[in-house]
Design a protein around this ligand. Sequence first.
Ligand SMILES: Nc1ncnc2c1ncn2[C@@H]1O[C@H](COP(=O)(O)OP(=O)(O)OP(=O)(O)O)[C@@H](O)[C@H]1O
Ligand SMILES: [Mg+2]
Length: 303
Amino acid sequence: MNAIEIRDLSKQFGSKQAVNNLNMTVPEGAIYGFIGENGSGKSTTEKMICGLLVPNDGSIRLFGKDYRDDTTRSKIGVLIEAPGCFPNLSVWNNMMIQAANLDIKNPEREIAKVLKTVRMEGAASNKFKNCSLGMKQRIGIAMALLGRPRLLVLDEPINGLDADGMRIMREVLTDVTQKHDCTVLISSHILGELEKIATHYGIIRGGRMIAQMTAKQLEDSCRTYIALRVKEKDKARRLLTSAYAQVKEDESDAIRVYDDAMPEEIVSLLYDNSVIVSEIKKAKVGLEEYYTDLMAEREERRA
Ligand SMILES: Nc1ncnc2c1ncn2[C@@H]1O[C@H](COP(=O)(O)OP(=O)(O)OP(=O)(O)O)[C@@H](O)[C@H]1O
Ligand SMILES: [Mg+2]
């Protein structure tokens, strides 16, 4: 069954078409990375899924039922923007308030469980205001998990986190899907991080879904290339450009050859012309480059 099935969803704010005939399918158990430039309609879509905004048109089905169905509604956990917490209260007391709001039975046991899931069991007595950004984001996730949701909707939960915060968040989200049987919809601009956990992707542009794929499909569709380092870069570039169609320099100053070339051919071509290769490896384009290329392609088509 699909956790989310959206058909022809539209939302207008005045004359602004924020979401435009959007289609989206999120299979149960997925970590679905929702990607798109600023203002493309990610948060608006997420708010409609959670019932925080009313669509102008289209349908949203969650676990096979209309999104307004009461039993479905109670199965969604949300973290959009910062969690609504009292700064001077402890993490534990904030959780107790949320548990009371949700009418949770056995609140102590449930809170202990979700705090453990988000790796916050040692910080329950900390005042919320003294928690780091990464901790606050995880408290938000713990709160969203309190009602034992089947779907968690997270709007940019990894923004501003340091490497350690990102690592913990990756572990938490993997646990949430695997141990809590929860599907996760997560929007983020940090594609390198998203790529480490997402099982599915949706790319939105101007309110429309322009590509949806599984992580495996992304990997299969991404081009391979050979990256190499040499001392005489200009000369190497000239030689490679005359032999191969697609040669460019990357941000780390390595030369990339995208054609279906063999590393030994490249080394031998350069060696025969007295250019010594100090490093060479075969690699694959990742999500970041796939996304940048897709956006550039769309831009060209529009021009
Ligand atoms: N309440 C609102 N009133 C008017 N316009 C809005 C409102 N909310 C969003 N918009 C507009 O709708 C469009 C989509 O906004 P949205 O916040 O969904 O984008 P986003 O993809 O989440 O962007 P970001 O990556 O910056 O978070 C934008 O042009 C935005 O200005
Ligand atoms: Mg947003």
